[in-house]
Design a protein around this ligand. Structure first.
Ligand code: DGL
Length: 281
């Protein structure tokens, strides 16, 4: 029997999911939230489906062990590659994922061209292809893989020249092809929105889905009768698979207040040796 006062577990390959966590916290301040940054294994965008799936299952185990009443996969790459397997295995609690905002972007575009910035593995995924097929009929979708951006966010860099150079490299082909809407298909990228706006200019609309996901969490809590009582004092606990001073500082910068950060228990830090999962490249 799941308790209504139980926590909601939220995780990402690293710090990006904090963009989703802050929206959930804003919308549902009475809820207990547990966030895991799997920064010891970031980026997921260059890992295999098997690798990503193993990590998602391990992190889910940890969150369920903490009594989580719901899991939020605050990572587009993990959703694209692992959520189906998670849902098959973790039926005891609802599991919510992320999808790039292709559908609203297709409705919004005037030029008939939208750009999607995402990780290599999200761009390659069947899930993105399906989303485009189902919701962007008649609209040209230019999906751009953006290696390197996640690493900049992980080290707390949102504005360096090197980062801006990468952003210009990734957005120029989209603009040249006529995109007037750019979808941020990775939860790390909302932290780069200010730099992106500066580079692409005010005529380009930038979309991301963290608020929509928070609203979905709220609706599902109601549907499953899992909302905590409104007079409860909410809390947020932070875990990571990597804890050092720089990481803690980046996390605080993104969360915008000081926080306690705990290392995951040792058996959740690595993929067990009986499950060898090679990287694809
Ligand atoms: N935040 C993850 C996402 O939404 C980044 C994945 C990565 O670590 O490459 O896709």
């Amino acid at each position: 029997m799941i308790k209504q006062s139980a926590p909601i577990g939220v995780f990402d390959s690293g710090l990006g999911g904090i963009s989703v966590l802050r929206e959930i916290h804003r919308l549902l301040p009475a809820e207990q939230l547990i966030y895991i940054a799997d920064s010891g294994h970031a980026p997921y965008g260059s890992k295999s489906t098997e690798y990503i799936t193993q990590r998602c299952l391990q992190l889910s185990d940890f969150l369920l062990e903490q009594g989580a009443k719901m899991l939020v996969v605050a990572c587009n790459t993990a959703t694209a590659h692992a959520i189906d397997t998670m849902r098959e295995q973790k039926l005891s609690v609802p599991v919510i994922g992320m999808e790039p905002a292709v559908k609203p972007a297709a409705r919004l575009t005037q030029s008939g061209v939208i750009g999607v910035l995402a990780t290599q593995q999200t761009v390659k995924s069947q899930r993105l292809q399906r989303l485009i097929h189902d919701y962007a009929n008649g609209v040209k979708v230019v999906a751009q893989a953006c290696p390197g951006l996640v690493e900049h966010v992980e080290k707390g860099d949102f504005a360096s020249l090197e980062l801006k150079g990468l952003l210009a490299d990734y957005t120029t082909p989209l603009i040249k092809q006529g995109a007037d809407v750019i979808v941020l298909g990775c939860t790390h990228y909302p932290f780069l929105a200010a730099a992106l706006h500066e580079i692409v200019g005010p005529r380009i609309t930038i979309l991301e889905t963290s608020n929509a996901v928070a609203q979905h969490v709220s609706r599902l809590l109601i549907k499953h009768e899992l909302q905590t009582s409104a007079d409860q004092q909410g809390s947020v606990s932070f875990y990571s698979s990597k804890v050092d001073a720089v990481h803690r500082q980046s996390m605080q910068l993104l969360w915008q207040q000081s926080l306690e950060l705990d290392l995951l228990p040792s058996h959740y830090l690595t993929i067990p040796p009986q499950m060898p999962v090679p990287d694809p490249q």
